[in-house]
Each structure stands twice: as C-alpha cells, then as structure tokens.
Ligand binder design. Structure first.
Ligand code: FA5
Length: 375
C-alpha cells in the first residue's frame, strides 16, 4: 500500500513540474485533469496485475475505457476548456487511451494463450492407445456367448423364443408347479413390481416362464431356446449377480425321453467348451421337471483332476434340467398321452466365467475397458 502511495505522489510531482504556462486561464483545471489522467493510468496498471481471466479483463476494460468510464467523463469536460487547455489535456488523454488500449491488448493475448494451454491440457487424449476396435466397440462377452448359443441351437433346428422380463405369478411360479409355500416366492428371492392391487407382477426369476408361453401356444412339436435377463434378490459375490442371464431350452414332441435330454446337453456343452469337456447329470429337484437333474461340466481349470475353483470335485455345476412335469403339461392343456418333453436352463454369465477362467463374475458388470477388450 505504502508503495502505491509513493508512486502516486511521484506521478503528481511530475505533473506539477510539467509546462502548463500555455494553459492560460484554465491552468488549475488542466492541472487537475492531467493529475486525474495520470492517476487513472497508474490504477489500471495495478488492477491489471490481479486479472487472471478474460471475463475480468473485459470488465476492467469497460470500467476504464468504456462509455461510462472516467476517461470518457474527462473527455466530456474538455468542451468547457479553452483551446490551449483542450490541446494539452486532449493530447494527454489520447496518449493515455492509446497506451491503455495497447496494455489491454497485450494482457488479452497472454490470457487467451493461457486459457488455450489449460484447455489443451484438460482435453489431452493419448491417441496411441486407441485402436480401431476400441473406436467402434464390440459386443459384451455375455452377448457374444448368447449369440454363439443361439447359433448352436439354430443349427440343431431349434427356434429362438422371446420371453417377457416382467411376468405374472402364474407364469413365473403357479403354472410351473411352484406351490404358494415354495421359498422361491418369498420377497427375499423376487423383485415384485408395484403395479396393480395384488402385487402379482414380478421381474422373472428364471427363464422357465417361457416354457408356459410356448406350451400355451399349442403348436407342436416344440424345439425352442429362450435366452434372456433374469432378476433375483441375490447379493453379488464371485459367483452370483442380482441381474444375470439364463438360457432356457424346451423340447416337447412325441416319444421324448431322458436319453434325448442327455444327448442334447452333451452336444451343446461340447460345442461351447470343446470336445475334451465332459458332462454329467446328477439327481436334482425342480418342481417343474420330473425326474430332475443338475448338470455339471468338468472343471476347465483342472480338466477334472480337482482344484480350488471346483472345490476339489473336478466338476462345476452349470444348470438344471429334467423331463417336463406332467402337472406343467396339464396346466397348459397339453395331452400327456401324446406328448412328453424335456427342459433345461443354465446361467450364461456362469458359462462365460467358466469358459474364460474368470475368477469373479462381477468383472462382467464392472465395465472396466481393460477387461472387456480382452474378449
Ligand atoms: C433355475 O433357474 C431353473 N429354472 C433351471 C431349470 C430350467 C431347471 C428348466 C429345470 C428345467 P437355478 O436356480 O439352479 O435353476 O439356476 C440355473 C442356473 O442359473 C445356475 O446353475 C447358475 O448357472 C445360474 N444362476 C443362478 N443364480 C445365479 C446368480 N445369482 N448369478 C449368476 N448366475 C446364477
């Protein structure tokens, strides 16, 4: 502050010693105006030191050089002075305006350069890391496997059926012979939709409801698969997701036996995992199949010799299957004297992690580009 006052005083001394003899009667007024002009010049230079943005610079320029500035006010006062006084003050005023305009111009260029550098630093993008594939993206691993499965089953003569993600209690449970007391109906396992008075709509917990839609359609024989998203109140962990994908298979024809199911499972598992992978069916329980089985494949990590991933078993569970329960056929008015069938359902995400030795299923939904671009 003291430094500012010293500079202002020295400016005023310079003005006092300047030759004002030719200013005639207006000598005092001229002295005052010249002093004001010098004061302005000084103030602008000090104020400019604190300006760091173009916005602030615009505001300062308008304050000191604009229509309502002190400089314009002094210019108006020139009209009341005599010729010589006008010449002295006017000359000084023009010099000052030119001087200040130049200073503002230099400051503006410097700020523009700074802002450009800042912007370039923020927008920096290492184009050496971008490959052509990254630019266009590609299908997620789960979608790739889903398409692969669809191709395999199309090749076996199956149709690809569409299911609904929101289903009623009838399709998700009742018609599938899941009685009202079955634990799968509890609020812990299902996401119910707050629609209608009885809350009977829910996000399907498996792809099996599509079996009922296909059976109700009444067109036989049925050879169909339905891949899609399913929802459960499962906490995400290395083997579970609350939203995941299943593929349902349904075959209903004359004279279908367990041997047909066995052979079908073998064929598509070998198509996905290769001919070295073996499959086995273990007794299981599903209300909508009888007999029911879980199907396992030999562990892809240890090829069946036993490791941590398969808990030393050499086998890993992939899904469930069985012959369609007569009660399901009856509920959908299918003549059980003519038709029999089998069904299976397994997790596509589970299949993906097994085929690619992914230790944690959650990697599939984390969207880490380094993970996704491997497939
Ligand atoms: C079912 O969902 C039956 N609907 C399958 C079925 C269809 C049996 C037709 C008989 C006839 P389960 O709940 O076991 O069964 O699920 C089948 C597969 O889905 C599992 O083996 C597993 O691969 C996958 N799966 C189940 N829960 C999850 C989860 N939370 N996250 C990822 N995958 C899962």
């Amino acid at each position: 502050m003291d430094n500012e006052i010293d500079q202002e005083n020295s400016l005023l001394k310079n003005i006092a010693s300047s030759d004002l003899s030719s200013a005639g009667e207006n000598g005092e007024a001229v002295k005052k105006l010249l002093s004001e002009l010098d004061g302005l010049s000084y103030k602008v230079k000090i104020a400019l030191e604190d300006v760091s943005t173009l916005l602030d610079l615009d505001a300062l320029e308008s304050l000191y050089l604009g229509k309502k500035s002190k400089l314009t006010e002094i210019k108006r006062e020139l009209g009341g002075l005599d010729f010589d006084a006008r010449r002295i003050v006017g000359g000084k005023l023009n010099d000052l305006r030119q001087d200040l305009s130049g200073i503002f111009k230099i400051k503006r260029e410097s700020l523009q350069k700074d802002e450009l550098q800042k912007q370039l630093a923020e927008d920096i993008c290492d184009i050496t890391e971008i490959t052509e594939t990254d630019l266009y993206g590609h299908l997620h691993l789960v979608s790739q496997i889903r398409r692969e499965l669809e191709d395999i089953f199309l090749g076996l003569g199956y149709e690809i059926a569409e299911g609904n993600e929101a289903e009623s209690d009838w399709y998700n449970f009742t018609a599938l012979n899941i009685d009202p007391d079955h634990p799968a109906r509890t609020m812990q396992d299902s996401f119910y939709l707050d629609l209608g008075s009885d809350n009977s709509l829910l996000l399907r917990t498996h792809t099996s409801p599509v079996q009922i839609h296909l059976l109700e359609r009444g067109k036989f024989p049925i050879y169909a698969v339905c891949p899609g998203r399913v929802y459960r109140r499962d906490t995400a962990d290395p083997r579970h997701l609350p939203v995941f994908h299943q593929i349902e298979g349904l075959v209903v024809d004359k004279g279908i036996t367990f041997a047909d199911l066995r052979g079908t499972v073998e064929v598509f598992i070998q198509a996905i995992f290769g001919s070295k992978t073996r499959t086995r069916l273990r007794p299981g329980y599903f209300p909508f199949t009888e007999p029911s089985a879980e199907f396992d494949i030999t562990c892809v990590i240890c090829q069946g010799s036993g490791c941590r991933t398969c808990s030393g078993q050499g086998w890993v569970e992939l899904g469930g299957c069985g012959l369609v329960h007569p009660k399901v056929l009856e509920a959908t008015k299918v003549d059980t004297d003519i038709y029999s069938g089998f069904a299976f359902g397994f997790g596509i995400d589970r299949l993906a992690i097994m085929r690619h030795n992914i230790f944690d299923i959650r990697a599939l939904i984390e969207n880490d580009i380094r993970f996704l671009t491997q497939f």
